[in-house]
Design a protein around this ligand. Structure first.
Ligand code: NAD
Length: 249
């Protein structure tokens, strides 16, 4: 197998399960050592780290709340200390707290903005000095097609993911002169625990929307993230790539 990420070290947030765990596995298969950050699924992150070590990679699970600036700085420093360096960052941790806007609580708004947008920024901010110092690095943020098109019942989530897209573009401009690429992957409906609890009608609608007539799988998102982290994507920055089977064309 071609190992595009051989010798690299990457930090992935929300890596205990779902898309983040699939990304961690794909990066390890392509040769990268991985620091796996999680909070609620920290035990799962430890199990995934164990799997990656069995593949011969260095892997460490780190407990951190992504929305805490100090915790983000600490996690990045731990990743560099344990893996010896850092080449890539994947800001994947995210949550939903769906409700129509007129019933949205302040707590639901704040929680989603804190994790999805502030959490993404906190890790980019913490990794920026490392990447600027070595004049290379690659950041991939995870947004959603719902941040591009809006979604009924997801004003908080759509706003947070639209924010992630704006953040990606601003960081691409700020960090590009230091040789750092910053790109965003915007998945459509992917089968994970986050989407498992949704009503069947919502799932059927997503299948109907998709030009390919099916939901996406976590490894299909992970493959694109791995490409963006690789040297093969070195002239791509500030880009938003949908991985949605044509749900939003
Ligand atoms: P998931 O709920 O299965 O996994 C999210 C992970 O993030 C979990 O391991 C969770 O513990 C972790 N996390 C949550 N809050 C955290 C915090 N404060 N600090 C640290 N870790 C935290 O979700 P998923 O479906 O795998 O989604 C991953 C990303 O992809 C999210 O950003 C989500 O918005 C995005 N996304 C998912 C879909 C989908 O259909 N599943 C579609 C578009 C975008």
């Amino acid at each position: 197998m071609k190992r595009d990420l051989a010798g690299q070290a990457t930090l992935v947030t929300g890596a205990g399960r779902g898309i983040g765990a699939a990304i961690a596995r794909e990066l390890a298969l392509q040769g990268s050592d991985v620091a796996l950050v999680d909070l609620g699924a920290f035990d799962d992150a430890e199990r995934v780290a164990e799997e990656l070590r069995a593949l011969g990679r260095q892997a460490v699970a780190l407990r951190a709340d992504v929305s805490d600036f100090a915790a983000a700085e600490h996690a990045v420093a731990e990743a560099v200390g344990t893996l010896g360096k850092l080449d890539g960052l994947v800001c994947n941790a995210g949550i939903t707290r769906d409700a129509v806007s007129w019933k949205m609580t302040e707590a639901a708004w704040d929680a989603v903005l804190d994790v999805n947008l502030k959490g993404c920024f906190a890790f980019c901010r913490a990794a920026a000095p490392v990447f600027r110092g070595q004049r290379r690095g690659s950041i991939v943020t995870i947004a959603s097609i719902n941040g591009m098109r809006g979604k009924f019942g997801q004003s908080n989530y759509a706003a947070s993911k639209a924010g992630v897209i704006g953040l990606t573009k601003a960081l691409a401009r700020e960090l590009g002169p230091s040789g750092v690429n910053v790109n965003c992957v915007a998945p459509g409906f992917i089968r994970t625990e986050m989407t498992a609890s949704l009503p069947p009608a919502v799932v059927e609608r997503a299948v109907e929307e998709s030009a390919l007539g099916r939901l996406g799988e976590t490894d299909e998102v992970a493959a694109v993230v791995a490409f963006l982290l690789s040297d093969r994507a070195r002239y791509i920055t500030g880009e938003i790539i949908k991985v949605d089977g044509g749900q939003y064309i």
